[in-house]
Design a protein around this ligand. Structure first.
Ligand code: RB5
Length: 145
């Protein structure tokens, strides 16, 4: 599986651990930055990751900022993207099962790298439940208006 990864300065401290972890799961990671601790703008990285996923150059995406919220707001502006914030193991599963999320977002200021890695593993391994397709189709309809 090909995974696009992006973070801002709030996520840079846990970036290396997350990328190594995702690679250890057998995934190929496209590193979209950021590449230093210098303050930067999360929408730039949200867009890069969302663009890879929307063009299907990556299967799924991971976005880390302080809260995960700014990244999700920005990534969801890109067609075909369902970027969802999670904050525990249950929500990591639900964003896949119910929302068919294609990007997981998390907040490095509110969770440890180990916690976020465990959520990423769950997200990548959990399947969408087809019974929710009608709702996902309604989201796609809104996007096309
Ligand atoms: C950066 O200070 C912070 O605003 C950003 O990482 C993120 O939490 C935004 O949602």
């Amino acid at each position: 599986m090909k995974i696009a990864f992006g973070c801002d300065h709030a996520g840079i401290k846990i970036k290396e651990q997350i990328i190594k972890f995702v690679e250890s799961l057998g995934c190929q990671v496209i590193d979209c930055g950021t590449f230093s601790e210098q303050s930067c703008d999360y929408p730039d990285f949200a867009f890069k990751v969302a663009d890879f996923v929307s063009k299907k150059t990556a299967d799924k995406g991971i976005l880390i900022c302080g809260t995960g919220i700014g990244m999700s707001i920005a990534a969801n502006k890109v067609k075909g993207i369902r970027a969802a914030v999670c904050w525990n193991k249950e929500t990591a599963a639900l964003i896949a099962q119910h929302n068919n999320a294609n990007i997981i977002c998390a907040g490095a200021r509110f969770a440890s790298a180990d916690e976020i890695c465990s959520w990423i593993k769950i997200f990548l391994e959990t399947k969408f439940e087809e019974r929710h397709l009608k709702r996902i189709n309604k989201i796609t309809e809104i996007e096309q208006k």
